[in-house]
Design a protein around this ligand. Sequence first.
Ligand code: NAD
Ligand code: IPM
Ligand code: MN
Length: 371
Amino acid sequence: MHKIAVLPGDGIGPEVVAEGLKVLNALSENYSVKFDFQEFDISSERYLRTGKLVTAEDMDQLRKFDSIFLGAIGDDRVRPGILEKGILLALRFGFDQYINHRPAPLWRPFGRLKRDVDFNIDVFRENTEDYYIGAGGRVNNGRGSLDLHVKRHLYDMKVRLEANADAADDYAFEIGMMSRKNIERFADHVIAFSNIIGENYITVVDKANVCSNIYSLWREVWDEKCKKAGKGHGYMYVDAMTMALVKNPDKFRVIAVPNMFGDIITDLLAEVTGGLGLAPGGNINPEGISMFEPVHGSAPKYKGMNRINPVATILAAKMMLDSLGHRDLGQVVQQAVRTAFDQGVYTQDLGGKATTTEMGDAVVEAIRKAK
Ligand code: NAD
Ligand code: IPM
Ligand code: MN
């Protein structure tokens, strides 16, 4: 029995999560796997009602589960950053999910490139540091100090910033930071993954030509780790990387990328594979509780229309199965999605006619037939 915490979240989150659960239930009806789902209302609605984001009690409850299955967080009625940082990032950091694995295989015939080029990329995005540490603030009239605090499982750090500008203006800071131990454990994981799939080269992305303080540490660790592991690696600046992912995605297999650039290139790459509706992700803590969700957000304008694509979330459920030790069932889900597509069932974002629920039904049907 796998205990799964289900957080439908905001916008289209509940609709896509419902289809993911349909698929997991179809598996438990047809195979010897059982889930105990418990739903949590950790969402914008709860925030608007009670002012609560992720509370200490929520964390204590969630700690009792094997995995977390999340829809999306984000709501136009709330100022940007409140929910995203207060819920989504709080969960990623709180459970020390330092790896964000976002697979990006081409989904034929939906690839968006004019040229028919095959590719299968696994992006590993660092998930707890970089420009996501939440350390920043404003200094008004050019003078002032900021007391910053960054708390992670690896450290609890205080930073004080004194500003004294000779021009009285308002200044805003957003500070990036990386720590050696975190880069090391992240690199270890990516190298281990590339060993498992038999890939001997890792493309490491950054912007070391400009942000040379933060990314020289990043490179130092990658050089050391890859040398020790006998793994080939090379660097790409993120600007050139965006170009290359459109021009020749087939040149890449495993990509390692800092948090902020990883956010950006995984939306781009999702579009290249066929669209955000197809892109899943796992926030991974190899020794702890991982959280699975689509790469896309809450897409508020499509809420409640039964129109958007649930496949990204169904594939996030597939990643969750893999991480729970059911790679065989993960494969069943992947194949069932393929079968549904081959039968001509797909949603509007892919040029099809299926509704959200019809798409989920078709995947469930394919699972039943495959048995
Ligand atoms: P978004 O990913 O929600 O949507 C962007 C566009 O992508 C949509 O308008 C739609 O055209 C398309 N799209 C997304 N999901 C789709 C699906 N399943 N099927 C078909 N088309 C799909 O990005 P946004 O509009 O920038 O953000 C909306 C909110 O979601 C914001 O509050 C943002 O902060 C939040 N967000 C949350 C997460 C998350 O929870 N992991 C991720 C990204 C954005
Ligand atoms: C994502 C999202 C989040 C991120 C936001 C909503 C905090 O864009 O999961 O890609 O930047 O990681
Ligand atoms: Mn994103």
